[in-house]
Design a protein around this ligand. Structure first.
Ligand SMILES: CC(C)(COP(=O)(O)OP(=O)(O)OC[C@H]1O[C@@H](n2cnc3c(N)ncnc32)[C@H](O)[C@@H]1OP(=O)(O)O)[C@@H](O)C(=O)NCCC(=O)NCCS
Length: 165
């Protein structure tokens, strides 16, 4: 995917670009904007800070890892990112975050829709996402972007599987 500019129907204008491989600074800038609750939701557990090794892993872009980053027009710091890790020829695991200050304006939905377009173009037909069972935003976002096949509960976590073909 190339750089895209989008005017969100109920939110700001955003610019979305693929993450450049190894761009640890952008990943760190996104995660620096997450409050404790958002970090917990993203990692399904407490995560007050990310180690350099974790940042490097999150910034990996290759044949298996793909990520998109969103900026709100007028805000120099990145507002969110959506990531995909291919798990098989036609399956992938996805994860997404939006800076607390920009949540609930449609950025997560827009980023995920674009990530899933890229996934389809790469032959991926089914995605999974791990989220806490009380993470209503994650489930709502996936329901909005894909056809949920099942939601498996595993203790405090849910594994959401959805078709995107
Ligand atoms: C999940 C997350 C990315 C959503 O981003 P966002 O930009 O706020 O999402 P959107 O504005 O596009 O809203 C998507 C849907 O979630 C719902 N939603 C958003 N925040 C919500 C909240 N706090 N509680 C309940 N529903 C919520 C919206 O109403 C919308 O539902 P709809 O399609 O039925 O209208 C964001 O809340 C976040 O970063 N959370 C922390 C990380 C996380 O939980 N990641 C998911 C696990 S990998």
């Amino acid at each position: 995917m190339h750089t895209r500019v989008l005017d969100l129907p109920h939110g700001p204008a955003i610019v979305v670009r693929p993450l450049a491989s190894g761009d640890v600074d952008t990943v760190a800038a996104v995660f620096a904007r997450l409050g404790a609750a958002s970090r917990r939701s993203r990692f399904n557990g407490a995560k007050p800070c990310l180690s350099h090794a974790e940042l490097v892993e999150l910034a990996t872009v290759d044949g298996t890892h793909h990520a998109l980053v969103a900026w709100v027009v007028g805000d120099p710091r990145p507002a969110g990112m959506a990531q995909l890790v291919r798990t098989d020829r036609s399956t992938a695991e996805i994860a997404f975050v939006v800076a607390d200050v920009h949540q609930q304006h449609g950025i997560g939905s827009a980023l995920t829709a674009m990530l899933l377009d890229d996934a389809r173009a790469a032959g991926i037909r089914e995605i999974t996402a791990q989220a806490a069972t009380d993470n209503r935003a994650a489930l709502a976002l996936i329901r909005r972007s894909a056809k949920v096949i099942d939601v498996r509960l595993d203790g405090p976590e849910q594994s959401i599987r959805a078709a995107i073909a």
